[in-house]
Design a protein around this ligand. Structure first.
Ligand code: ADP
Ligand code: MG
Length: 647
């Protein structure tokens, strides 16, 4: 056996670097978090070739004093923590003092940094952990890191990297989250000289959302600001016009730190039940503030999971907040929202950097909770999610002073962290656009809700289209009502409420239906006969395994009673261990959909009016029980635009 020897520093650094610096996106994350910790108000990120040839992160933060630059690159050197006793209270994003030494071990680093108290800045060059240059240089306040040839000396690591485009996307995703969690910081990201993302750092989350996701999402935002004894919940969700086929629109920040919390995600998604269809995931950007003693953010080394005390109470409350917020609004789908989102920045690359399927269903994602029976698809999480999680993992909690006003810096140094002039113009553009959106939505709010009693008398029913849709003119808009979906909804609600109130009545059928049950089904029926009776069934044993059904729940017409009954029993047995009548209720209610007037049935005007009147009594009249919209709206403005009457 070979002699035991201590590894040399270079090897130690490279091994350690592998843990912190997994891929270009992890370098970006570490450097940006350092800039945030350094109280920067502007952070510029430039990437070339997916970050492998160049990553530049510059900030206008506090800088590193010239006599400490060397130290910053030593392993376990940090200005953010003094001893272990501070570990539980540390609020900066970093504190382990590993990032700079790790990055320097596997790349060629050039740093120019200056504090406001130093007359001159420092230029520091270090390659593969070996110092190449240190000298004084004229520089603006702040830090400018350039990382070249990442992994040039660790070839195996290079092999694991994806294409520059995929690595660029991961970087984009990370910067997006960091920008959302710090609306008070102006971020700018360019990849291969193309502007990918920029935020103005106004301190308003809505502005950041507008800049990252565009007008359509911003237009459909619903503000959330709720506090209770367990947590504060702030931020934005969207109405049902905005959704995606995966969870990439879901942004949760716990105590200012981006996390993937299945628990909280599911609670929010549950709040959208009845508003979105299966495999449609909402847009939200929510900041949860919880007492730090109640959250453990470092549960798992590679996943950004969090463990929260009082989990059940918290999720129930969140679920309630979301569904109440949705119930409060007129959630009528605006047809225009199915279009590609508009961006103020007409740079084609900015547009293409976002996934444009604002309301299209794309790949379904693996459901979080296995007991959510609505989501059967089991598709493995995308690679990028897993990588992303591991990259974001090492943060802790930031203490950025959100009251700090962003200020424009006037750099006359050797580099310009931000193009000041363009930035000012952009800032104004965003402000005026946001104001426009505000004005529009205020105007809409001041109008009567389409389904309010006072509005309904002003409806002008134009007629029926394709024997399916009713066209209604109201307040400079055309409303299109899906008669079938509306009917489904009305019937569903009626059945649900009469089951709840125990007022389900029976509808006699003649001749009775005879069903033959196997022993499992028979046992189930006998064990739960009370529930069946409660929803309106009248069932008797006919001898042997045969049963006669003489009465079925009232209001279920047009459905084959035998098929419904057998399906229901099958479902209930599958969902074994039911203790209440929820499965039966769900089944009957959804069967009512089948029974509802089919799409292509002519209704009279009077019947259509009645249907609208019935809709307006409901909590969520804008969606059928499966979450499909019942009403779609086209404004006169949109129609005029379509005909080129206005630009
Ligand atoms: P950590 O962030 O865990 O302290 P790092 O290796 O990331 O460790 O950074 C080491 C130290 O270098 C930091 O504690 C900080 O003092 C300094 N530093 C790094 N980046 C910056 C920056 N952009 N601005 C000011 N100081 C910085
Ligand atoms: Mg750090």
């Amino acid at each position: 056996m070979a002699d035991i020897e201590l590894l040399n520093q270079d090897t130690i650094d490279k091994i350690a670097a592998g843990e912190v610096v997994e891929r270009p996106a992890s370098v970006v994350k570490e450097l940006v978090e350092n800039a945030i910790d350094a109280k920067a108000t502007m952070i510029t990120i430039e990437i070339e070739k997916g970050g492998t040839s160049k990553i530049r992160v510059s900030d206008n933060g506090i800088g590193i004093p010239s006599n400490q630059v060397r130290k910053a690159f030593l392993r376990h050197s940090t200005s953010k923590l003094r001893d272990a006793s501070e570990l539980s209270i540390v609020k900066s994003l970093g504190f382990r003092g590993e990032a700079l030494s790790s990055i320097a071990a596997v790349s060629k680093v050039e740093l120019i940094t200056k504090t406001k108290d130093d007359m001159l800045g420092t230029l520091y060059e270090i390659e593969g952990a070996i110092e190449k240059k240190i000298e004084e240089i004229g520089a603006p306040n702040g830090s400018n890191f350039i990382i070249r040839d990442l992994f040039y000396n660790t070839l195996p690591r290079q092999k694991f990297l994806k294409s520059p485009k995929a690595e660029g996307n991961l970087i984009n995703e990370i910067v997006e989250k960091l920008a959302l969690s710090h609306p008070e910081i102006a971020f700018q990201l360019s990849i291969d000289n193309k502007n990918k993302l920029s935020t103005i750092g106004s301190g308003k989350l809505k502005d950041t959302i507008y800049q990252l996701f565009g007008k359509n999402i911003t237009k459909n935002l619903i503000e959330i600001d709720e506090s209770n004894e367990l947590f504060n919940l702030k931020g934005f969700i969207c109405n049902s016009s905005v959704y995606k086929g995966n969870r990439s629109f879901e942004n949760i920040f716990i105590n200012n730190r981006f996390v993937k919390s299945k628990t909280i995600s599911s609670a929010i998604e549950k709040g959208y039940e009845g508003y979105l269809m299966q495999h449609q995931y909402p847009f939200f950007c929510l900041m949860v503030d919880i007492d730090t003693n109640m959250v453990d953010v470092n549960v798992h080394p590679t996943k950004m999971e969090v463990r929260i005390d009082h989990q059940k109470d918290i999720t129930n409350l969140i679920n309630e907040i979301i569904s109440n917020s949705l119930n409060k609004i007129d959630d009528i789908r605006d047809y225009v929202n199915d279009e590609v989102p508009e961006f103020i920045d007409d740079e084609p690359n900015v547009k293409s950097s976002y996934n444009n399927d604002v309301s299209g269903v794309t790949t379904p994602e693996k459901p979080f909770d296995s007991d959510n029976k609505n989501k059967h698809e089991l598709i493995s999480e995308s690679d990028s999610t897993v990588e992303y999680e591991s990259i974001m993992n090492s943060s802790s909690i930031s203490e950025f002073d959100s009251t700090a006003k962003p200020e424009l810096i006037s750099h006359k140094g050797i580099y310009e962290p931000y193009e000041e002039k363009g930035f000012e113009i952009k800032k104004q553009e965003v402000k005026s656009e946001i104001n426009n959106i505000k004005k529009q939505s205020n105007k809409e709010e001041s109008q009567l809700s389409f389904l309010s009693k006072d509005a309904v008398v002003k409806h002008s029913i134009i007629g029926q289209l394709f024997s399916t849709y009713w066209l209604v003119e109201y307040d400079k808009s055309l409303y299109i009502i899906d008669q079938h979906a509306a009917h489904e909804k009305v019937m569903y609600e009626k059945i649900v409420s009469s089951i709840k109130d125990n007022t389900m009545s029976t509808q006699q059928i003649s001749p009775p239906v005879i069903v033959t049950l196997n022993s499992l089904e028979e046992t189930f029926l006998n064990d739960n006969i009370d529930i069946f009776n409660q929803v309106g069934y009248e069932i008797e044993n006919f001898g042997g395994h045969e049963y006669t059904i003489t009465g079925i729940p009232y209001g279920i017409y047009g459905v084959d009673a035998k098929t419904l009954f057998m399906d229901m029993i099958g479902d209930c047995i599958q969902a074994s261990g039911i203790k209440d009548n929820t499965v039966i209720l769900e089944r009957i209610a959804s069967m009512s959909c089948k029974a509802a007037v089919k799409g292509n049935t002519k209704l009279s005007y009077r019947e259509a009016k009645e249907l609208i009147n019935e809709l307006l009594m409901l909590d969520n009249p804008f969606h059928c029980p499966h979450g499909r919209p019942t009403i779609v709206k086209m404004t006169r403005y949109e129609i005029d635009k379509m005909f080129g009457r206005i630009q």
